[in-house]
Ligand binder design. Sequence first.
Ligand code: GLU
Length: 486
Amino acid sequence: MSTEKKVRVRFAPSPTGYLHVGGARSALFNFLFARRMGGDFLLRIEDTDRTRFVEDALTEIYDSLKWLGLNWDEGPAVGGGYGPYVQSERLDIYGRMADQLIGSGHAYRCFCTSERLAEVRAEQEKSGGATGYDKRCRNLSAEEVDKNLKEGVPHVVRLKIPEGRTVAFEDLIRGRIEYKSEALDDLVLIKADKFPTYHMANVVDDHEMAITHVLRGDEWIASTPRHVLLYEAFGWEPPAFAHLPVILSPDGGKLSKRKGAASVMDYKRGGILPEALFNFLALLGWAPGDDREKMSLEETIAAFSLEHVSPKAAVLDEKKLEWMNGQYLAERKAETLIDDVVSMWKDKGWINDGIDNEYAIKVIDMLKVRSRRVTDLADSASYFFIDPVDYEEKAAKKHFGPEAVERLGLITKIIEGIDDFTHTNIDAAYHNTAESQNIQLSALIHPTRLAISGVSAGPGLFEMMEVIGKDVVLKRIDKAVKWINR
Ligand code: GLU
């Protein structure tokens, strides 16, 4: 491949389901490679398998890519000079290309019925040999073919796999990979319904769209020798290939729905930020070559190279994702979270329509530095809106014993004595009382926190009290006393 060619890569999902981590990682590596090399990142929709088409998958794929910031330079919605970018709109191209291969003797029409193919297979299985098409239609005479065509006998188009060849390609991540051509079947290029197979459409489009590098998951390795032979049959130069390592679930098994194979939108709903998922996915098989983990988009692009993609399986570590998300969450400006978080609070029923923005920002600022997921900002925030309905059992045993009534009485006095209810004033008042009464500060702090929030852990108590306000704080302490005396 000539070095001055502009790098062009593509993400080519089939709309058979939502965008999961594996697909998102492929899209992301293509995106990073394009950005690093100053190339183009294309999106192409491979929708020729109509039996597996899922109606709303397309919209969700687009939304997921956009949410992650993987904006494509060419493709559906944005256009480009090599369209259309949806394969079902390119059927005539594949038909023409198949005719070309038949004309040059590299492909042939096969009229075998599915019954016959099943019989052949059953025979092969019985004799314990390799299974595969027995190539019967390779040698049909021109007259036989014509007669069948005239009679409208359904047929497929197959590639003639050359015999006795070693098919090799240089994988940019794994090195040289070889296959014996005997191991490859005369694969179908055009199906009886005139739709192309994945192999045909994929190769034709990669060529037609001037793709220079194919970066895809390693489940496609076995397809690559077939593609190499197809490029050869066309007389085209194949692109470079790089197969990305498999992603395993934390227990080492295959990713499955139950074990971590969540969709991008599931992560969003689970309170993961796009920049955190981006960073996390980038490290699934790639590393910058030093010990950096949390990296900005710009840093990741600058450091990205295929040399640092490992062929070894990558393990999806949710704990690491949560840790990373917590880091990004702490850095986020509260204003950027407010819409999502407020709607979660509404869903919980803690607020009705309106909320004072300033109040919401204070609450978010307080909680985001100690949360891992955006959803934590809702799950642990009830006491900023409603009185505790219950008290954490273990903490109540410790801090709400009979003697606590007197302690809470003292606390009420302290609070009543604070005119300007700021955290610095509250802080000073608590310290003064602890000193003058010769009691531990914690003996004041723990019961107060439990009375106000119902739980034993949370953000800085005095800041929290300031935000919640003096009246509510006093009311809740009174409620706690009644609860103890109940
Ligand atoms: N349509 C294939 C998929 O769904 C594309 C594989 C490739 O990148 O060649 O993953």
